[in-house]
Design a protein around this ligand. Sequence first.
Ligand code: PSU
Ligand code: MN
Length: 304
Amino acid sequence: MIDIRHTDEVRDALHRGAPVVALESTIISHGMPYPQNVETARAVERVVRDAGAVPATIAVLHGVPTVGLDDDALELLGNDRTVLKASVRDLPYVIAAGRHGATTVSATMRLAALAGVRVFATGGTGGVHRGAESTFDVSADLTELARTDVAVVSAGVKSILDIGRTLEVLETLGVPVIVLGARTFPAFYSRDSGFPAPLTLDTPADVAAMLRAKRALGLACGTLVANPIPQDAEIPRAEIDPIIARALTEMDTAGIVGKETTPFLLKRIVEITGGRSLAANVALVKHNARVAAEIAVALAAEGA
Ligand code: PSU
Ligand code: MN
C-alpha cells in the first residue's frame, strides 16, 4: 500500500480512535485568493479543535500523500503556483512525479479513507456542471462519493452547477444525501436551492447514527451531508444567481473548460461581489468544520 505521512497528532488520534476530521486543500490552492486562503485554512483547523476533534488537512507534498499539515505546508499550498489541482485520477501522477498536489474532494476522500479518517469537511462539492448534456462535465467528486466510505460535510452545491441533475446523479449512484436541519437542499451561498432535501436529520448525533446503520449494512459508498450556510452570511439566490450567470457567460467567452472551470468561476464571483462571496465562503467552511467535528465526536463516542 502507498505510504502516507501523518503528523504525530493525527497518527495518535487514529490509533486511539479519537475523532479526526479530514480537510481538503484544493480550496486553499485553487478556491480562494492568498492570503485569505491560508488564514481560512488555519481558522478551520481551530474550529475543528475547539469542537473536540483533530484536524487533518490533506495534500500531496513532494509526491508524498500527507494527512495533517503544518503551518509551512499550508503556506506553500496557499502561495505556490506549481501546486497542481489533484483530483483522484491525478494522484498516481502527482505521487510518481514528486509534485505538490492540492487535493479535491474526490482525492481527499480517497486519501482520508486510506488513512482511516471517516469524516471530512469542505466548502462545496463538485457536481454536474450546467450544460453537461453537451460538455459531459461531471465532477469526479460524484463518482468518488459512490465508491469511498467517507462522510462529506458541505454547504450543498453551488448554482454554478446544475443542482437538479447533481441530485439525480447522486440518487443513481446510491449515495445518501442528508440535509442538516432543513427541508430543502442548500445552494452554497444560499440556504435554499429550491430543490427538496432527499432526507433531513436534525443533529450531528442523528447523522452519526445513520452512518453507523450504513456501515452495518455494508454499503461502501460515501455520504453527502449538506449543511446550509449560516443565516447571517447568506447571499440570497435572487442576488447571487445573476452574478453566477454573468461569470458563466464570461467563462464561455474566454473558452475555459475542464478542471479550470471551478477555480475560474469562484475567482470571478469573488471579484464581481467585491469580496462578499469570499466572506460567505469562509463562514460556511467554518460552519461545516464544526458540524463535521461534532459528527466525528459522536461517532467516536459510539465506538464506530
Ligand atoms: N467548490 C467550492 N470550492 C472549491 C471547490 C468546489 O466551493 O474549492 C473545489 C473542491 O476541491 C472540489 C473541486 O472537489 O473544486 C471540484 O472541481 P471539479 O468541478 O473540477 O471537479
Ligand atoms: Mn470537471
